[in-house]
Design a protein around this ligand. Structure first.
Ligand code: BG6
Length: 500
């Protein structure tokens, strides 16, 4: 992202009163304003179906910011300054007339605030509505040419489609109205500081990259574990499941960053070119291989932090006989010169033992076990753990001689913690990504071919799973590490999941 401030703009949030807006987007914009990053004049228009006025919207947003802003408590003076940037527009997403009304309203606001008319349209709305909104924006003349002076950009929230076909159709619809340079497909994992640090760690240091290949690495595990259940999103989960919700996007993005080749430059296309290559190198699997190399799970009742919690089938808006997966594990092979033969084990799940996202790179054992020969070594391979969240940091595990007269080697850990070096509060992913969109920098957003390549690999799993309904759901207790079959998936290869 450029260090120079971006040009002022109007940020229109479709779904301006929704959950995402209240929990993430508006608190992030507030933080950016507090840090002085929002250019003078920049304003935010919440577009929603229900609501009264700018005043009532400001009150609503204030409550959300008070609850969800990263830095607490909210400062009244700073709030007042932020509040003056906030506006409300009531409208139905389907009605073309509303878009004409919106246009007039934006022009009035922009004139009063003395800003030129650059616009970001943030689509925090159900996926089924994206096409309609995009078409309406096009017909109402909201979209400037991509290479002109004024700019218009669209940010599209995940899930981006529900399989390859729908993702392609959505890309097609978007491309009729916006140029690819104007489209920002968001995956908030890419805005996390620790995710961005993966490339810095690998390519900004001289000592790790030479080890980063099939010669030294035994296998890699990527874990996105959550202790929360589906909360109030039962309806969404019934439609999506964890494969679509987490693996297709967040986990595959992490995989790309770990596995990709060094890009020729740190610019949007060079970085994304390399990520796409990784996705294309994921070895396609036959239906039998998919059955063999994947595990599905669904949580039953259990306990989290000592408190009893309900099973998935008892959650609000969930079918009591649901077969939807809340856990998935997948063994993936990236077939290229760097990684051939090195398995990547991916897993994600709700209601697991704890919240942790990490990448564990497990190295091969030394070719000769000198110390084991004298009975002194507890055999533990070296491992590098990139802790994405919480307790952000990087740990290196290695063997060290235990002091004393007897030769005894113990596993020890060298640990770097973000909070110790950089302070406790990291910027929220949405803060970074919103600023990048204002700058027009799409490095941390998914390109069209990238989402399609990810769906190309995930869609066969969806098809095979649909055709082979699970017989054992629910198959893991809430508060555990998932189904036994996931343990067996690695045990078969003589390996085991790391206990984060
Ligand atoms: C979202 C998923 O994309 O990511 C949620 O839809 C999930 O189901 C969330 O809870 C996890 O995000 P984070 O940043 O808390 O790891």
């Amino acid at each position: 992202m450029s260090a120079a401030p971006p040009e002022p703009a109007t940020i229109v949030i479709f779904g301006g009163s929704g959950d995402l807006s209240k929990r993430k987007l508006l608190p992030a914009l507030y933080e950016l304003d507090v840090q002085g990053q929002l250019p003078t004049g920049t304003c935010i228009v919440g577009y929603a179906r229900t609501g009264e006025s700018d005043e009532t919207y400001r009150t609503e947003v204030k409550a959300a910011v008070a609850e969800f802003a990263r830095i607490q408590p909210v400062d009244e003076t700073k709030w007042k300054s932020f509040e003056s940037r906030l506006f409300f527009f009531r409208g139905d997403l389907n009605q073309p007339a509303n878009y004409a009304g919106l246009k007039t309203r934006l022009e009035t606001i922009e004139k009063t605030r003395g800003i030129p008319g650059n616009r970001i349209f943030y689509l925090a709305i159900p996926p089924s509505m994206i096409g309609t909104v995009v078409q309406n924006l096009g017909s109402a003349g909201f979209v400037y040419p991509a290479d002109g002076g004024l700019w218009s950009r669209v940010i599209v929230e995940k899930p981006f489609g529900r399989d390859l076909e729908t993702a392609r159709a959505l890309n097609e619809e978007l491309s009729h109205v916006f140029h690819e340079r104007q489209i920002f497909r968001i995956d908030h994992y890419l805005g996390k500081e620790t995710t961005q640090n993966i490339l810095v760690f690998r390519l900004g240091n001289g000592i790790f990259e030479p080890l980063w290949n099939r010669r030294y690495v035994d296998h890699i595990q990527i874990t996105v574990a959550e202790s929360i259940g589906v909360e109030n999103r039962g309806r969404f989960y019934e439609e999506a499941g964890v494969l679509r919700d987490i693996i297709q996007n967040h986990v595959l993005q992490l995989l790309c960053l770990v596995a990709m080749e060094p890009p020729v430059a740190f610019d949007p296309d060079s970085v994304r070119d390399e990520k796409v290559k990784v996705l294309k190198c994921i070895q396609p699997q036959t239906p039998d291989e998919i059955i063999r190399d994947t595990v599905r799970g669904q949580y039953g009742a259990g306990a989290i932090g000592g408190q009893p919690v309900a099973g998935y089938r008892s959650e609000k808006d969930v079918n009591p006989m649901s077969l939807r997966e809340t856990y998935a594990a997948w063994k993936v092979q990236v077939e290229n010169w760097r990684w051939a033969g090195v398995p990547f084990y991916l897993r994600a799940g709700k209601r697991l033992a704890k919240r942790v996202t990490e990448i564990a790179i497990q190295f091969k054992t030394p070719p000769i076990s000198l110390f084991r020969q004298v009975g002194a070594m507890k055999q533990e391979p070296n491992a590098l753990i990139l802790r994405i969240q919480p307790d952000e940091g990087i740990a290196l595990k290695f063997g060290a001689k235990e002091p004393g007269p007897v030769m005894k080697v113990d596993p020890v850990t060298m640990d770097f913690r973000y909070s110790e070096f950089f302070g406790a509060s990291q910027p929220e992913a949405y803060e970074r990504l919103l600023m990048d969109a204002m700058h027009g920098d799409s490095t941390l957003f998914a390109r069209r071919d990238e989402v399609e390549a990810a769906w190309e690999r995930v869609t066969p799993l969806l098809d095979v799973w649909r055709d082979n309904p699970p017989l054992d759901h629910p198959n893991y207790e809430a508060g555990t590490w998932g189904p036994d079959a996931a343990v067996a998936l690695l045990a078969r290869d003589g390996r085991r999941w790391r206990r984060p």
